[in-house]
Design a protein around this ligand. Structure first.
Ligand SMILES: Cc1cc2nc3c(=O)[nH]c(=O)nc-3n(C[C@H](O)[C@H](O)[C@H](O)COP(=O)(O)OP(=O)(O)OC[C@H]3O[C@@H](n4cnc5c(N)ncnc54)[C@H](O)[C@@H]3O)c2cc1C
Length: 404
């Protein structure tokens, strides 16, 4: 057991959900080795999806309930507000922004994603939602019929818009398409989504491209490419997130367009360095090499990476599912979803609109599955995807209807 001069047996870079689970994975076999997390965040690891969902709609669920209790659970030393700027795989060491050195026996890279922004000045009135601190800023802006502009109709934008309207806030939702999720879902589902938001009182501006913003006292002005300007008491950006691979790349780790390359054990190209979560390019057993910026992947890959770091012979063979829920709509998905593909729907019995949508490429091979308001076991859907049925094979066993 080593813990001298900032030397740890296991050093985890990034304080997100992947790092939290990696610590659990290590402790499955190694109860004594020293574990440290270095995180650029000001808060210890927490359940990130709650920032745009549960914290807004469940009065019983408080900010403290998002805490993953990483330090207590697994005896981990956590260094907060420290960003690692350089990694030396030969010396087995890292350096932080303020010049502190840490040494390791085994290292995990789990630096996740950073929220995208549009040009404009730093201001507490403008938040690109990613962290707990961002959530607190939005909370401070919300309520009392304040007008918040939300840009983006991915899960962050659509969820925070739903959360805000349920907290006495006026919301304008800016979307680049004609309907919410119209680039992923068939029209009958994105129409349902859109109608729900309109019924709840959200003002939706469609086909809009937000270019930049300015802050004038307590007012934010959002400028669109068509010349329109919208004013609000706050601006929340949910326009996607980027992964930054430079820490690994500058240290000579192999990477590709998906991220830092890992093998099926989540080991990188450098000795004693593993990676997990949003930043990895990994060999998915069903979908082939890819990345996944979703929570189930972060958690499961983090756990496997931790177990592998502690010496277990484990393989990451989980094909991630992803999900969202707003108001009374909930969905789960696996694989690739694009409304440009051929889509076929299977309507399920029940009072609420429930269906499964299957996505096929031009050769008629299945690529993805969306489960809409249904409680279908995701492993069942994962197995269908794994068998790679053609459209005609699936049509022989399921009542499928073509949808646009
Ligand atoms: C508001 C919100 C809602 C979401 N909801 C869903 C959902 O419903 N379903 C779903 O599937 N996914 C959802 N996600 C995505 C999911 O949360 C992420 O995929 C997951 O958290 C990624 O985990 P990670 O550990 O890889 O990275 P992250 O959670 O991004 O954590 C990375 C950590 O690394 C730190 N860091 C970065 N660079 C450095 C550095 N150089 N040195 C030290 N520390 C560094 C960061 O500060 C952060 O603490 C949501 C994300 C957000 C923001």
């Amino acid at each position: 057991m080593t813990q001298e001069n900032n030397h740890f047996n296991y050093l985890l870079i990034g304080g997100g959900m992947a790092a939290d689970k990696a610590a659990t994975g290590i402790r499955k076999t190694d109860s004594k080795g020293t574990i440290a997390i270095i995180s650029a965040d000001n808060d210890a690891p927490y359940a990130r999806p709650a920032l745009s969902k549960k914290l807004w709609v469940d009065e019983e669920f408080k900010e403290k309930d998002t805490d993953l209790k990483t330090a207590e659970k697994n005896n981990v030393k956590i260094f907060l507000s420290k960003k690692v700027t350089a990694l030396d795989p030969t010396a087995h060491s890292v350096v932080t922004t303020n010049g502190e050195h840490f040494r390791y026996d085994k290292l995990l890279l789990a630096t996740g994603s950073q929220a995208q922004r549009i040009p404009g000045p730093e201001s507490d009135l403008v938040v690109a939602l990613r962290s707990k601190a961002d959530y607190r800023k939005i909370k401070a802006l919300s309520g009392k019929q304040k007008h918040i502009i939300v840009v983006g109709s991915g899960y962050v934008g659509s969820e925070i818009a739903a959360g805000l309207i349920q907290n006495e806030t006026k919301v304008s939702l800016i979307i680049s398409g004609q309907k919410i999720y119209d680039e992923r879902f068939p029209d009958y589902l994105s129409s349902q989504y859109q109608q729900k938001y309109l019924d709840e009182g959200i003002n939706i501006l469609v086909n809009k491209h937000a270019q930049k913003y300015e802050v004038d006292g307590q007012t934010v002005k959002l400028y669109f490419s068509d010349g329109q300007i919208l004013e609000g008491d706050g601006l929340v950006l949910g326009i996607g997130a980027n992964t930054d691979h430079s820490l690994g790349e500058n240290a000579g780790l192999s990477s590709d367009k998906f991220g830092i390359i890992v093998d099926e054990h989540l080991h990188t190209s450098a000795p004693d360095i593993w990676a997990a979560g949003d930043i990895i390019s990994y060999p998915d057993k069903i979908l082939g090499r890819q990345s996944s910026a979703h929570v189930n992947h972060a958690v499961k890959s983090g756990l496997i990476a931790g177990r592998a770091m502690a010496g277990e012979e484990v393989v990451y063979d989980y094909t991630p599912s992803f999900y969202s829920w707003v108001f009374d709509i909930s969905w789960d998905a696996i694989g690739h979803l694009s409304s440009k593909m051929q889509m076929y729907s299977e309507k399920l019995p029940g009072a609420a609109e429930k269906s499964i949508v299957y996505y096929f490429d031009d050769s008629g091979i299945i690529q993805g599955i969306l489960s809409w308001n249904s409680k279908v076991n995701l492993n069942h859907l994962r197995n269908i995807l794994k068998m790679k049925p053609t459209l005609s094979q699936l049509q022989q066993v399921l009542p499928l209807e073509k949808v646009e």
